[in-house]
Design a protein around this ligand. Structure first.
Ligand code: GLC
Length: 723
């Protein structure tokens, strides 16, 4: 991992260290002096990479506060630090519930159950494995008990949707989503016990926090619950606030999946969780989706209807895997519009928590507009799982950039990035760490000696077999490209990642293999013009790489096979081409490979007749080397190639491969720019190129005005497979 990223990770680690109490991590000191439920889940996800023990302790401490009915409380109080927060145990009075744990003080509501996801992440990312299995064994029955509580007590219709009974249970306390329900509470006739807010005394500006009218309603609900002694049945009859939310249920869905996985690791039966998983996904997709709006909304149980309020929560079924393919495409369109900050819109940070075009969007106030790192993080995971790589990469960039530029704040302005709320906020730090590891830790080069499985000494010709076909020569190239297009649109979509497993068994791949056998007979001289060559060879390169990954059986990284780019070849038009031949020979106008050596084609090499006249550096953002750090896969057309190259360059320059910190005059970029700087006209050319394609004004200005004062750092290349 690049040193500069390590440096920022260590800043994030210092935030967590400062908030660490010995048993758990405060969300932020001052404003939040106790342990919070979903915060601990996100915090554990960050710790998983750097401190396994702490990750485990974090969740253990939270689950020590689990109620006897399975509920995991929203807050576990620190007995020694009472008096600085409201509401605290004296107000909650949970001791009146037979379900409250003994000897541990907690609140009487819950929060989105991210814990199984976190526990699984600990087991996947742990540095130190020895305690992981015992921890999984310890937490598994507790996680089951939590999910059982939800389906038993909070799913009145047995349909797989779980309700929340207080806005604080959503995690998005004062989101505009709750306004319609809360406004129904006529506060002139309802009694709110006297109370004193403590959040405003912590130094955060009142306009960044919930309003008084909201708080009265929050407190009214808590008072109702304590009067009902936290009896779930009575609450479900009496609470005016009962909603099925897309955020809560999507997180539950992701956790059901994680629970199944943990069960498998422990070799336990998983049927119960499998049933929940199916039920909840189906219910979210069928009951919470608003086809007209193309987004998920929450369902108001009292009014028996879906309420039309569009917040970032509405995209969360992507995270829970609950959206159908059609729904996901609709969600993508809305998420990727000006409402929520579109790709390359410029001067905005994804994802604002509320539709920025709505009248009541509020850029500074808590859950009524700003960008939150945890929501971003879940959306990034969701977008990746549905294959929307470009958007996921753009979000990754913001998760990394916002805290580095504006501090590890609680939430951020979607337009200028300014930080709001608490300083040194733990989950912003923890999820920064996870995102940095996820994007920049390179399994391929991390321990090359251990990982390389195969060395190819001799050439492998992938299209050697495959008998004669009746296909006329003239249309081989056309059919080949059509087959590539089919594979691309069905398994790679417009979004950039590749579903290798599905391709391997597909009829499209079978067809592709059949046509590749005919490539030998192709008349390459017919591909004459520069634009034709560009599209043809880029497409061939990309598809051949996919084919190689499948044929050679790559599992995690193309680095598993030495010779991957040089020894695996295709016979095209009677000539053999490796990936390097196509890239450095043809597309880079017969140049030297980046790490030195001779020009790709020697003087008498007959393949020289096919090379391009000049290098277009934008090709570097189209060539898919089968790894996370390279360009997303796409299909390029002869007629549109130059526009498509523009889009490819813009995508790349505005992704997590180019991080610009104007405040430090620092530009952190992919190693591609170092390897191929010559193609861009040297380092100056690289910076000019970035200046041309970057969409944010302040970054463009920085590059324009500080040409010789820029600190340039390189990100290590992520060779993980681009699945
Ligand atoms: C606020 C947030 C909630 C978070 C808590 C502690 O209440 O709305 O999501 O868990 O602070 O950070």
């Amino acid at each position: 991992m690049a040193d500069i990223i390590k440096k920022y990770i260590s800043k994030a680690t210092s935030v967590l260290n400062a908030n660490w109490t010995g048993a758990y991590t405060l969300p932020a000191s001052g404003l939040y002096p106790h342990q919070w439920n979903w915060d601990s889940g996100f915090i554990a996800i960050g710790y998983a990479h750097i401190n396994t023990q702490r990750a485990i302790k974090e969740l253990t401490s939270l689950f020590n506060g689990q109620w006897k009915n399975g509920m995991v409380p929203q807050i576990v109080f620190n007995k020694d630090k009472l008096g600085n927060y409201f509401p605290e145990p004296d107000f909650w009075q949970t001791e009146n519930s037979p379900n409250a744990p003994e000897g541990i003080l907690t609140s009487g509501i819950t929060m989105p159950p991210i814990h199984a996801v976190a526990a699984l992440r600990i087991s996947e990312n742990a540095r130190d494995n020895k305690d992981v299995k015992p921890f999984l064994k310890w937490i598994y029955p507790r996680l089951l008990s939590l999910h059982r509580y939800f389906y038993r007590e909070r799913d009145p219709e047995g349909q797989g949707l779980v309700y929340i009974r207080h806005p604080w249970e959503s995690g998005m306390d004062n989101s505009p989503m709750w306004d319609l329900v809360l406004k129904r509470l006529d506060m002139s006739s309802l009694k709110v016990p006297p109370y004193e807010r403590k959040d405003l005394a912590s130094g955060v500006r009142p306009e960044e926090r919930p309003a008084r009218e909201d708080y009265d309603r929050f407190v009214y609900l808590v008072d109702l619950f304590r009067r009902l002694k936290y009896d779930e049945e009575l609450i479900s009859k009496e609470s005016p606030f009962l909603v099925y939310g897309p955020l809560f249920n999507a997180i539950l869905s992701a956790s059901n999946e994680a629970l199944i996985r943990i069960g498998e690791i422990l070799k336990e039966r998983t049927d119960e969780a499998e049933e929940w998983e199916g039920l909840t996904k189906k219910a979210i997709s069928e009951k919470l989706y608003q086809p007209e709006g193309g987004i998920f909304n929450f369902y108001d149980i009292r009014e028996k209807k879906l309420l039309d309020v569009d917040s970032a929560a509405g995209f969360m079924p992507l995270f829970g895997g609950a959206a159908t393919k059609e729904q996901a495409l609709k969600l993508y369109d809305y998420l990727n519009s000006q409402s929520f900050c579109a790709l390359h819109q410029g001067n905005c940070f994804t994802v604002p928590n509320y539709d920025t075009r709505k009248e009541d969007y509020d850029r500074t106030n808590y859950w009524r507009g700003p960008v939150w790192i945890n929501i971003n993080w879940m959306l990034m995971q969701g977008l990746r799982r549905y294959g929307f790589k470009q958007k996921a990469d753009a979000i990754a960039k913001d998760i990394l950039e916002l805290p580095v530029r504006f501090g590890f704040r609680e939430y951020f302005d979607s337009f200028d990035g300014r930080g709001y709320g608490a300083h040194n906020f733990s989950w912003s730090a923890a999820l920064f760490i996870d995102t940095a590891y996820d994007n920049y830790l390179d399994v391929g080069t991390q321990a090359p000696g251990k990982r390389i499985k195969k060395i190819l000494w001799r050439d492998i010709i992938l299209n050697e077999s495959g008998g004669k076909s009746e296909m006329p020569l003239g249309i081989i190239s056309q059919n080949m490209l059509a087959a590539i297009r089919e594979i691309n649109s069905n398994y790679c979509s417009k979004c950039g990642s590749v579903d290798y497993g599905a391709i391997r068994h597909s009829k499209e791949y079978e067809e592709y293999r059949r046509i590749t056998a005919k490539l030998k007979e192709l008349d390459l001289a017919a591909v004459k013009e520069e634009h034709q060559k560009l599209a043809f060879w880029i497409n061939i390169y990309n598809t051949i790489v996919i084919d190689r990954i499948i044929c050679v059986g790559i599992r995690r990284s193309v680095k598993e096979v030495t010779g991957f780019f040089s020894k695996i070849k295709y016979d095209i038009g009677g000539y053999r081409f490796s990936a390097n031949d196509i890239e450095h020979g043809i597309l880079r106008a017969n140049s030297r490979p980046p790490l030195g050596g001779l020009k790709q084609f020697k003087p008498m090499d007959p393949r020289r007749q096919f090379v391009l006249q000049r290098i277009d550096p934008r090709i570097h953002f189209t060539l898919v080397c089968g790894s996370r750090s390279c360009a997303p896969i796409n299909f390029y057309t002869e007629t549109g190639i130059y526009d498509e190259l523009e889009v490819a360059a813009t995508n790349f320059i505005n992704s997590s491969e180019v991080i610009i910190i104007p405040e430090e005059k620092r530009v952190i970029i992919s190693l591609i720019f170092s390897w191929y700087k010559k193609d861009f006209g040297g380092i100056e050319g690289v910076l000019a190129f970035i200046e041309k394609y970057i969409v944010d004004d302040d970054k463009r200005e920085l590059l324009k005005k500080n040409k010789d004062k820029i600190h340039l750092d390189y990100l290590y290349y992520n060779w993980n497979l681009n699945e």
